[in-house]
Design a protein around this ligand. Sequence first.
Ligand code: ADE
Length: 225
Amino acid sequence: MRIDIITVLPEMLEGFFNCSIMKRAQTKGLVEIKIHNLRDYTDDKYRRVDDYPFGGFAGMVMKIEPIERCIKALQAEREYDEVIFTTPDGEQFNQPMANTLSLAQNLIILCGHFKGIDYRIREHLITKEISIGDYVLTGGEIAAAAIADAVVRIIPGVISDDQSALSDSFQDNLLAAPVYTRPADYKGWKVPDILLSGHEAKIKEWELQQSIERTKKLRPDLLKD
Ligand code: ADE
C-alpha cells in the first residue's frame, strides 16, 4: 500500500511516521508513506497557498491551483483508490472505514487548513471526506495521521501478532476485554483467577463476556445493530 499525504506542515507528520510501528511498517516494505509539501506546487514567489475568500468572509481559503497540481502529478504516476480530504464536516471515521481503506492499493490524503479549501476542489478532485470527530482541530494533519495509523496497523504483518489487530476494540462492534501482566498480585490488586487457570476455552469465554459487559456499560450504542 502507498499513502501520499499533502500538507502545508510536512514537519508535523514526518516525526510521527518516523517512529515506532509506522516506521517499522515502512522499513518492512508493507507500506510506503510519502509526505508532500503543498508549497512545492505553487508558482507564488512567497510560496503562498491560500487567499482571501470571495464574499468578504473571515479567514483564508486554500487555493485550487497548487492542490490540483499536486494531486494530478500523483495521479499521473499511479491510480488512486481514494482522494481523501480531512475535514470536520466529513463522514465520521470509524473501524469499518479503516478496515475498508486498508484494502486499498494507493491513497491520497489532503490535509485541510486555514478556513477551508476552495469548495471546487471538494466537488471535482476529492472522492472521500473524513472527520475524526465532532471537534475542530487547527488543521487536518492530526486527522491524516490518525487515519493513516488506523489503516496501516491492520495491514497483515504490521503488528507482529496478527491476532492482536483483529481482537482490538471496535472489531466486531465490541470493546476489548481488559488485559493484565505480571505481577499477578500487586499490593493486593489481583488479576482475575481465570486468567491464571491455563484453561484456554474458559479464558476465551471470560474474554467475550468481559467484552460484552464493557460494551453494554461504556458504549451501548455499539450494540444497537
Ligand atoms: N480538521 C479540523 N478538524 C478536523 C476533524 N475533526 N476531523 C478531520 N479533519 C479536521
